[in-house]
Design a protein around this ligand. Structure first.
Ligand code: SF4
Length: 303
């Protein structure tokens, strides 16, 4: 009878969640001792599919810029026009592993419903991609302004003069011309994780004998290859954005975005946003919206 009851308990939803939490967060070491995994040794299961708390199945572990937490992610959008009050016009919350940039379409769609779409939206580097810049312009008529990340680490050439933007694309012949004046083979259309891209490769014999090779590529055994956005429109957005974001004029304009950091600080330090008062994403969303409303009330009071 007892074993039958225990068997039934195993099928309870709550017991299954607890089983998964324990499975993901504890392990037996070689000496047979039960150990707790820290964030860096959690199983490489997609974080959004893993239960990190038996009390709140929407709360997930995340790391950003060295900060670790388990829970949610909030994003605020505020008006930064000089002739208008700097009020929060949108607040969004999602599970922690979701990247901020994926919220962009939701933010624009919500602002469109309220007729609050800006002509220009200043965002941090987590948001803009060529595709998002194109979509914001095409669907919402919004200019998305933010730094598009450039190649870094192993993908960057030894000399910055040989970055992708130094290669001239010919969209008729589907080839690139490198800074040394050599033409690539016709580029190939490839896909990575369902994302299409183009890859142009230079002839090995050409690169091997090129005096520019040490500046152009660190790949000792192979020729230089360059990946491109899948369409000309996206490629030109990327190259144009990189050129713009290096100019002082662009930096001066982008500096207006700094105000939202004060808002984030206010929400975190004065209103305790980092500690969710509720369990579950729906209530946490409401908490985020109410926090944004409180920020506005404080600002109106201070004004
Ligand atoms: S290494 Fe190849 S791609 Fe780079 S500059 Fe020389 S020839 Fe051009």
């Amino acid at each position: 009878m007892v074993s039958q009851r225990l068997g039934q308990l195993r099928h309870l939803h709550q017991v299954e969640i607890l089983r998964q939490v324990w499975t993901h967060h504890f392990y037996w070491d070689a000496a047979g001792a039960l150990r707790w995994r820290d964030g860096h040794t959690l199983p490489r299961l997609l974080a959004s599919l893993r239960f990190d708390s038996p009390y709140d199945t929407d709360a997930h572990y995340c790391v950003k810029n060295g900060l670790e937490w388990s829970g949610y992610r909030a994003t605020f959008t505020e008006c930064c026009d000089h002739d208008r009050p700097e009020n929060v016009v949108h607040a969004a919350a999602t599970i922690a592993p979701v990247q901020n940039g994926t919220l962009l379409e939701e933010i624009h769609a919500d602002l469109a419903v309220l007729s609050l779409l800006p002509s220009e939206h200043l965002v941090d580097a987590a948001y803009p991609t060529p595709a998002r810049v194109a979509r914001a312009r095409r669907i919402h008529g919004v200019t998305l302004t933010g730094p598009i990340p450039t190649a870094s680490g192993r993908t960057a050439p030894p000399d910055p003069a040989f970055v992708k933007s130094a290669f001239r694309a010919d969209w008729d012949t589907h080839t690139l011309t490198c800074p040394a004046g050599h033409t690539s083979r016709p580029w190939q259309q490839l896909t990575l994780n369902q994302h299409p891209y183009l890859q142009a490769t230079f002839r090995a014999a050409t690169c091997r004998s090129s005096p520019q090779r040490p500046r152009c590529t660190s790949r000792a055994d192979r020729s230089r290859s360059v990946t491109l956005q899948p369409t000309r429109e996206l490629h030109e957005i990327q190259i144009g954005n990189w050129a713009d974001q290096d100019t002082q004029q662009w930096k001066d304009r982008y500096a207006m975005r700094a105000g939202v950091e004060a808002l984030n600080s206010q929400a975190v330090r004065a209103l305790g946003l980092r500690r969710s008062r509720y369990r579950g994403l729906p209530k946490t969303r409401l908490h985020t919206v109410l926090t944004a409303a409180a920020c506005n009330v404080v600002r109106v009071g201070a004004g």
